[in-house]
Ligand binder design. Structure first.
Ligand code: DGL
Length: 264
């Protein structure tokens, strides 16, 4: 294994940075390329076919150009829809993102779990299967909160976000039958841990949040165990969308150790 070969993290926007933060703790020397399909954001409002086509096409081109040692789809929406398909066509190890229903089921005391994700994620059979496997004896209340994706993007551009956005997401869970009993919330979109503090204010301090970022980082470390890591150039980001939007997010990218952003 070439020690300069990067780990590629992929998301539709800044959400995958929550995975990168955990990865830095375990593998600080690993060279990383962060790729954001900002032209396709938000994935959560697209059809399964659109998402699968974008993700497979982009990851194919990225793999060819940057020869990563491993790809992480740091996006629940893309993973729950396209992970199997991408694994079939690319010869690179691929780590996906799974809604953290299993750890949430272990944590809840009331037996009622909330799940916040994108519209595309919460309707996936994959989520039904996780619920059946790990939370069959619990109540799982799902709510699609696409506005939280935009809120996280805006926050990382340094913009003010109306707290009503977080109150609406909290109401979306609480207003459903049994919603008052929620004590644990799965953040089933990698963007959402970026606004966890704001969500905590809206839902109340007694609610705990669970996301998959630390688990994904552990999986990457496991799959690359024993490999040498070195950097020839500083880590950087790639993006597909409007350069002006990316320029605004550069200070946030730098705080995650990404030294610049290039169009892809
Ligand atoms: N970060 C993505 C996820 O984990 C979703 C954002 C989007 O809708 O594009 O699901």
């Amino acid at each position: 294994m070439d020690s300069f070969a990067p780990i590629l993290l992929f998301d539709s926007g800044v959400g995958g940075l929550t995975v990168l933060a955990e990865l830095r703790k375990l593998l600080p020397d690993a060279p990383v390329i962060y790729a954001a399909d900002t032209a396709g954001l938000p994935y959560g409002e697209k059809t399964e076919a659109e998402i699968a086509a974008r993700v497979a096409g982009l990851l194919g081109r990225l793999a060819e150009r940057y020869r990563p040692r491993l790809i992480t789809i740091a996006c629940n929406t893309a993973s729950t829809i396209a992970l199997g398909m991408v694994r079939d066509v690319l010869e690179v190890p691929i780590v996906g993102t799974v809604p953290a229903i299993k750890p949430a089921a272990a944590l809840t005391r009331t037996g009622t779990i909330g799940l916040l994700g994108t519209a595309a994620t919460i309707r996936q059979r994959y989520v039904d299967q996780l619920e059946a496997e790990f939370a069959a004896d619990k109540r799982l209340i799902r709510h699609a909160a696409p506005e939280l994706v935009q809120a996280a993007e805006a926050k990382l551009r340094g913009e003010w976000v109306d707290p009503a956005v977080f109150a609406a997401a909290a109401d979306g869970l609480r207003a459903q039958p049994g919603g008052d009993g929620i004590d644990t919330v799965v953040l089933a979109c990698t963007h959402f841990p970026l606004v966890e503090q704001e969500l905590s204010k809206a839902l109340g301090a007694q609610v705990r949040f669970v996301d998959g970022a630390a688990g994904i980082a552990r999986r990457i470390a496991f799959l690359t165990a024993g490999q040498a890591f070195s950097r020839r150039i500083p880590d950087f980001a790639l993006f597909t969308g409007d350069p002006d939007q990316i320029r605004k997010v550069l200070p946030a990218l730098r705080s995650y150790g990404l030294d610049g952003a290039e169009p892809f």
